[in-house]
Ligand binder design. Structure first.
Ligand code: 4NP
Length: 158
């Protein structure tokens, strides 16, 4: 499985989602490759926001080696599934993808917990540290659900 996490800047939310899902997949013995990207290019090449690095570290996840990059439409060919953090990310990815857009391969991350509700992982960029902790909790719960669903599906096919 190759999974891409997408937000706006690729420095606050999607680096956390990449780190958390990669960490959980590893613990579950899954050979997954999880990466992340942003619809915007402003922070390309930069490490994650220091508060995302801090909150991840407090939870035992090291995201400090990640570097931001912009989403490209070919990501639809190179990943099995794309999770976006909010509805504007979804619309932006759709506009950027042209003919490579594939609705079956993309969803909002929180729809794994609340199907069809299109709830957002809120952007913590303008706020204080507590916003990053809240975002971490949402991402953590969604990633638990992704792993749980995947392992249930594997058991059902055996
Ligand atoms: P992210 O947060 O999408 O969670 O990485 C943001 C980071 C930077 C900006 C916007 C959102 N920005 O406008 O630079």
């Amino acid at each position: 499985m190759r999974i891409l996490m997408v937000c706006l800047g690729n420095i606050c939310r999607s680096p956390l989602a990449e780190g958390v899902l990669q960490h959980k997949a590893g613990k579950a013995g899954l050979q997954w490759s999880v990466e992340s990207a942003g619809t915007g290019a402003w922070h390309a090449g930069e490490p994650p926001h220091h508060l995302s690095i801090k909150v991840a570290k407090l939870n035992g996840v090291d995201i400090s080696n990640q570097r931001a990059r912009q989403f490209v439409k070919e990501d639809f060919l190179n990943y099995d599934f794309i999770y976006v953090m909010d509805s504007s990310n979804y619309v932006d990815v759709k506009h950027m993808s042209g003919t490579l857009w594939n609705e079956a391969k993309i969803d909002l991350l929180l729809n794994t917990l609340y199907p069809g509700e299109n709830r957002a992982v809120p952007d913590p960029w303008y706020g204080k540290e507590d916003g990053y902790h809240k975002v971490y909790e949402m991402i953590d719960a969604a990633c638990d659900r992704i792993i749980q669903k995947h392992t249930q599906e594997i058991r059902a096919t055996k």
